[in-house]
Design a protein around this ligand. Structure first.
Ligand SMILES: *[C@@H]1O[C@H](CO)[C@@H](O)[C@H](O)[C@H]1NC(C)=O
Ligand SMILES: *[C@@H]1O[C@H](CO)[C@@H](O)[C@H](O)[C@H]1NC(C)=O
Ligand SMILES: *[C@@H]1O[C@H](CO)[C@@H](O)[C@H](O)[C@H]1NC(C)=O
Ligand SMILES: *[C@@H]1O[C@H](CO)[C@@H](O)[C@H](O)[C@H]1NC(C)=O
Ligand SMILES: [Ca+2]
Ligand SMILES: [Ca+2]
Length: 306
């Protein structure tokens, strides 16, 4: 068949072909009757045929899915999928829901379609999410920034790692780069280690002295040195009037774990953009047993926003 002829045939066939396909099943997507996505409609259109919604959605780069209001024949174009915001996927017998099946841009991949958090991108795109720079809101519906996302985690420091020493209040400082609520954080080891005593071995995250029994002493605090991760109620001390809580057990993690993922907070931590946070070595934080400590651990900091 000559190229010219095949083009003519495609032109003749395509409207019917696509209309049929979109009303039944398009590339694995199908409509979900009696359901709709609430609160993410950025455009509504009255249409003649329900299939026209498919084309309206295709015309908008930010269209991720649509609701169709059956009796009134109205398309509601959404800038999210039900995977991104499952809590907004609601029953409604008057509508049906359809995910965009063709040319859908991944959430957060273009400036016109920023995500709320890296976690929302992960929810929307699942295993297909690519680690790297994504567009997200810096504050709720405010300015848009580029952030490095790794799965649902947002990297907080830039190229330069955050380093903390083991004595003389040599905490590592970093500033949050997005305001919002943080469920937990993680530290990924980049270099260095700390000693709590000249005779005991090195550790990335704690003191290898037998007294600590494998517990860890790396603590994220706010700017007032108040422990945040782990929270103060998870910290232990040795008992006695001079003692202060400064170590903890974290099941699954040990002195030289390549990353330290803190437990999810029961009450997420509200942070403002540019708020300073600190990483402390426990004994240095409470000014106990620190004179003969040495070394420094350098890390990348990641936060998981709600
Ligand atoms: C997405 O839609 C909501 C309304 O449902 C709107 O407030 C928001 O600005 C839209 N976002 C984008 C990036 O278009
Ligand atoms: C954090 O932000 C404050 C105020 O903008 C700034 O003075 C400080 O140097 C920043 N700290 C870090 C570690 O970037
Ligand atoms: C942790 O790693 C450091 C440096 O790589 C090493 O010297 C130390 O023995 C290790 N400590 C433990 C408890 O495995
Ligand atoms: C290190 O200092 C602590 C007190 O802070 C002391 O109990 C310990 O004996 C010292 N270790 C060595 C090897 O000097
Ligand atoms: Ca100190
Ligand atoms: Ca010591």
């Amino acid at each position: 068949m000559t190229p010219k002829l095949s083009l003519v045939i495609m032109f003749l066939m395509s409207p019917i072909g696509i209309l049929n396909a979109s009303s039944q099943c398009q590339a694995g997507e199908h409509s979900i009757d009696g359901m709709f996505l609430r609160g993410h409609t950025f455009m509504t259109y009255p249409v003649g045929l329900p299939e026209m919604c498919y084309f309206r959605c295709e015309e908008e780069v930010t269209c991720q899915s649509y609701n169709f209001v059956i009796a009134q024949r109205i398309c509601e174009l959404n800038n999210r999928t039900k995977e991104a915001t499952p809590e907004d996927f609601m029953p409604d017998q008057r509508r049906y829901y359809m995910k965009r099946s063709h040319n859908r841009v991944p959430l957060g991949s273009i400036k016109e379609l920023p995500a709320d958090t890296c976690g929302e991108i992960r929810a929307s795109e699942g295993e297909e999410m690519i680690d790297g720079i994504h567009w997200i809101y810096f504050e709720e519906n405010g300015e848009v920034i580029e952030a490095y996302c790794k799965e649902g985690w947002q990297k907080i420091n830039g190229e330069v790692p955050v380093c903390f020493g083991a004595k003389d209040n040599e905490y590592g400082a970093f500033n949050m780069t997005k305001s919002g609520r943080v469920k937990t954080m993680k530290l990924i080891h980049r270099s260095g280690s700390v000693h709590c005593n000249p005779t005991t071995g090195a550790s990335y995250w704690g003191c290898t002295h037998s007294r600590y029994q494998g517990d860890l002493t790396t603590i994220i605090t706010d700017v007032d040195k108040k422990p945040v991760l782990p929270p103060a109620y998870d910290l232990k001390d040795f008992g006695g009037p001079e003692e202060k809580p400064h170590f903890y057990s974290l099941p699954g993690y040990h002195h030289n774990s390549t990353e330290l993922v803190f437990r999810t907070l029961v009450n997420p931590l509200s942070v403002s953009n540019n708020q300073e946070m600190q990483i402390w070595y426990g004994p240095d934080m409470v000014d106990r047993y620190e004179e003969n400590n040495s070394g420094k651990t350098c890390v990348d900091v990641y936060a998981f926003y709600v």
